[in-house]
Design a protein around this ligand. Structure first.
Ligand SMILES: [Zn+2]
Ligand SMILES: [Zn+2]
Length: 238
């Protein structure tokens, strides 16, 4: 319903730059020019967390991750071009833009993805009511359609966390520690022993993904990966 309504009231223009979209691409909300401004994250990177890092010593991002979380990848660098797309997804009221973002995410190479179950990062109930949708769930469902794997909403927020934007990396970790637990309608089924893939919009310091992975690991998950659309260019850990 929503999609048909949008097509009636919205001109076929790019949601980001307002350039006209070709008629035959009306299923997308972002034009080719804007998509080409997204810079893919490419190796060399840390094999585990996907962050470009010196290849000696401990990786400062992932050395203390929960053991089950063995791989995290992001599609594009979170510079101004990608940031405006994430902003439109979260605050633009048009979750259909998730289709454009997952076109980039689907190019991320994750081992054994066809056997995986996708798990969106949940929003707190209050934020979900205010926004009307969970952007990570939209990303997960679009990705699942591309990859041919199921989505299960295994996680819930135990509390409403402060918005992460203004926090230092250390306080981000404290802010989300213990913020997730396994439990909702989907979680009444046993946690699958198959591969679980967390899906979120951005990877900034990894704190949110780590807290979510820890909750899944505590519930018995053995193998967890994560995929996000955006990756912070330089997470400041000083
Ligand atoms: Zn555009
Ligand atoms: Zn790493």
């Amino acid at each position: 319903m929503r999609s048909a309504f949008e097509q009636l009231v919205l001109p076929a223009e790019c949601l980001l730059c307002h350039g006209l979209l070709p008629f035959d691409r009306s299923a997308t909300l972002v034009c080719q020019v804007c998509r080409h401004r997204w810079r893919p994250v490419v190796p060399p990177w840390c094999a585990r967390c996907g962050q470009p890092e010196p290849s000696f010593g401990l990786c400062r991002i992932c050395h203390d991750w929960p053991g089950a979380l063995h791989c995290a990848r992001s599609a594009v660098w979170l510079d101004s071009a990608a940031r405006s797309a994430v902003h439109a997804l979260k605050y633009g009221g048009l979750p259909r833009i998730a289709g454009d973002l997952t076109a980039a995410m689907a190019r991320v190479s994750l081992p054994n993805i066809a056997a995986a179950t996708l798990v969106p990062i949940p929003l707190a109930a209050r934020r979900l009511r205010a926004r009307g949708y969970n952007q990570s769930e939209h990303l997960a469902r679009r990705l699942a359609a591309r990859w041919g794997c199921p989505v299960r909403e295994l996680l819930m927020r135990t509390r409403d966390t402060a918005t992460q934007t203004a926090l230092t990396p250390a306080s981000r970790l404290a802010n989300v520690a213990g913020a997730f637990q396994v439990g909702n309608a989907d979680a009444e089924l046993p946690i699958p022993h198959s591969l679980l893939v967390l899906v979120d919009d951005v990877f900034t310091t990894g704190a949110t993904l780590v807290a979510a992975a820890r909750a899944l690991q505590d519930a018995g998950a053995r193998s967890i990966m994560a995929v996000t659309f955006g990756r912070a260019v330089i997470p400041d850990f000083t």
